[in-house]
Design a binder for this molecule. Structure first.
Ligand SMILES: C[S@@+](CC[C@H](N)C(=O)[O-])C[C@H]1O[C@@H](n2cnc3c(N)ncnc32)[C@H](O)[C@@H]1O
Length: 405
């Protein structure tokens, strides 16, 4: 992480997150002071944190409960002393291994029984409406599992795992058995104390009671915001789902367990497609919805990763604009390459062979809302047959009994 970046950005890894300097630069250059900044595919909340730091109102939406939890955690207004007070309170209420009602089989290779008992206890005890609890939940998700340091110490709660994204349960089991890994007896409360101090070492974000994170379909974002009484925003900065199927649920099943969701349900609700045509149709639907929220002259900045299509490097940002110009009610304000250091792109963790069609380059497509209303009718069908079931609420699905606790 770069020195100028707020430590909160490092709360948790997140697939496909963009570097904070990207939204920061766009905010500074394109958005009026005090404008509301919307990210309808907010992921881990990078845009939202930068909007908040810049003094603007952040609004985020996503359909992934992990994204919602992380974004809410980063925007929660908390202090280290209040967090420590709450942690002491929680630690006091913990009654030991009896906190595990039913043993979550799949998690046994990953966590020490006492660590697991603490996680189960916290899973039940954290309160939805309490800012400290929202922040602690985000911290737990961030330290759930990962690699130990060379000296054997760890910032994480798990056995020494190769990275912070979850491999399949069978793979994890085999990995742990083959290497004879021992689950370290990590005290979750102690780790959380360290983590809170680290993340807030330069202070918390300014209080913004008007910040908002909703579980909603970004492609229909105007409907979700209308339900919240919001009819317009100052600008949009976002990186929509990639072309290519990214299984956020499967890669995060351990974190989703903590949140009480099943990976399959999450993946079914998220957009992701291998078809360029379906992708372009999705983008048309999204831009049509975005146009409802933007006044003439306001911008929507889209960060779109280049891809490899039929063996050829494709600038997807350019392709999106080629397809939608004259159809969507926008004009092109700028299209630029952002060839930043590929080490800062999260897809890097998959390694070359797993990166699929993503390439290190990104395009920033800055679109300005036109004065004369148009419509994206030509491509406005939703890319998938099934209508979205979610809107305003996270799905209620819970993990099956084998992993419940
Ligand atoms: C490229 S990521 C955004 C990452 C974000 N910029 C960050 O820095 O963390 C795209 C996001 O779109 C979300 N997503 C996919 N389909 C969606 C939909 N229909 N509505 C809302 N969010 C969706 C995914 O959950 C993911 O968080």
């Amino acid at each position: 992480m770069h020195e100028r970046e707020h430590p909160l950005h490092s709360m948790s890894s997140y697939l496909g997150s963009f570097p904070p300097r990207l939204p920061r630069r766009i905010i500074e250059e394109w958005l009026p002071r005090r404008a509301t900044v919307l990210d309808p595919f907010c992921g881990s909340g990078t845009t939202l944190v930068e909007a908040s730091i810049s003094g603007r109102r952040p609004i985020g939406a996503d359909l992934n409960p992990l994204a919602i939890a992380l974004s809410q955690a980063k925007l929660a207004h908390v202090t280290v002393s209040d967090l420590e007070f709450r942690l002491n309170d929680l630690a006091h209420g913990f009654r030991g291994e009896t906190e595990i009602d039913e043993f979550p089989e799949l998690l046994r290779p990953i966590f020490h029984p006492r660590t697991l008992a603490q996680l189960c206890y916290l899973q039940r005890s954290l309160v939805e409406a309490n800012p400290e609890d929202i922040f602690l939940r985000g911290c737990i998700l961030g330290i759930m599992h990962g690699k130990h340091r060379k000296d054997g110490s760890t910032a994480y709660l798990s056995v020494d795992m190769p990275n912070t994204f979850s491999m399949s349960p069978a793979y994890v089991k085999r990995f742990v058995e083959e290497r004879g890994l021992q689950q370290p007896p990590v005290d979750v409360f102690g780790k959380l104390r360290e983590r809170c101090r680290w993340l807030l070492r330069t202070g918390s974000l300014r209080e913004r009671p008007d910040s908002l994170v909703v579980a909603a379909d970004g492609a229909q974002i105007h409907k979700a915001l209308t339900r919240q009484g919001i009819s317009s925003v100052g600008g949009i900065i976002t990186s929509p789902p990639y072309l290519g199927i990214l299984r956020y649920g499967a890669f995060n099943w351990i974190r989703l367990w903590f949140l009480g969701f099943q990976q399959g349900e999450v993946d079914r609700h998220l957009d992701g497609t291998d078809s360029l045509d379906v992708y372009l149709s999705f983008m048309a639907t999204f831009l049509d919805s975005a146009a409802h929220l933007l006044r003439p002259g306001a911008i929507a900045a889209l960060v779109i990763g280049d891809v490899v299509e039929n063996g050829q490097h494709l600038s997807l940002g350019e392709r999106v604009w080629e397809e939608l110009r004259g159809v969507a009610p926008f004009e092109l304000a700028r299209l630029e390459a952002d060839d930043y250091d590929s080490t800062s792109k999260t897809t890097r963790v998959w390694g070359q062979e797993r990166r699929g069609r993503a390439t290190p380059g990104d395009r920033i497509l800055v679109l300005r809302r036109r004065r004369i209303a148009g419509s994206a009718r030509r491509r406005s069908n939703r890319p998938r047959g099934a209508p979205k079931a979610l809107g305003g609420e996270l799905p209620e699905n819970r993990l099956g009994s084998s992993a419940d606790c």
